[in-house]
Design a protein around this ligand. Structure first.
Ligand SMILES: Nc1ncnc2c1ncn2[C@@H]1O[C@H](COP(=O)(O)OP(=O)(O)OP(=O)(O)O)[C@@H](O)[C@H]1O
Ligand SMILES: [Mg+2]
Length: 122
């Protein structure tokens, strides 16, 4: 089953991979799987976007986050209580039990997407 369909409140999914590797595009599929019909845009200038669905999905992009106080101000714990959380540039966060997916740009329209750590439940 697709990741988005398996998401539950409390799940945190960290996405890693260089610029243009396909993270936002992947979140579009995750949001659909989580039952959201909201359009998924890059939250680069917004830090957090919320997509209501079967489970709320919080979409975080840490690209422009520069220091640990901004990371604390995200309210990650609260977002994870309300629903699932997916994080672009997730290497900037340390979260126990988080799932991790790695994206690699292989040139042109080719992308390598690897699950480094799956959700801790089935
Ligand atoms: N799986 C894929 N196969 C082919 N092309 C893809 C795939 N995923 C994304 N792309 C294309 O790659 C480009 C960048 O995608 P996307 O914005 O999702 O990357 P990103 O990792 O979120 O980038 P950023 O680091 O800027 O946030 C877009 O033009 C998108 O259409
Ligand atoms: Mg992006």
């Amino acid at each position: 089953m697709h990741l988005g369909e398996r998401l539950r409140a409390g799940d945190v999914v960290l996405l890693t991979g260089e610029l243009g590797a396909g993270k936002t595009t992947y979140v579009r599929g995750v949001a659909q799987g989580a039952g959201s019909k909201a359009p998924v845009a890059s939250p680069t200038f917004q830090l957090v976007r919320l997509y209501p669905g079967r489970v709320q999905l919080a979409h975080i992009d840490l690209y422009r986050v520069e220091n640990s106080s901004e990371l604390r101000d995200l309210g990650l714990e609260e977002l994870a209580q309300q629903g699932a959380v997916v994080v672009e540039w997730g290497e900037r966060l340390a979260v126990d039990d988080a799932a991790r997916i790695e994206f690699e740009h292989l040139g042109g329209d080719r992308r390598l997407i690897r699950t480094i750590r799956d959700l801790s439940h089935r």
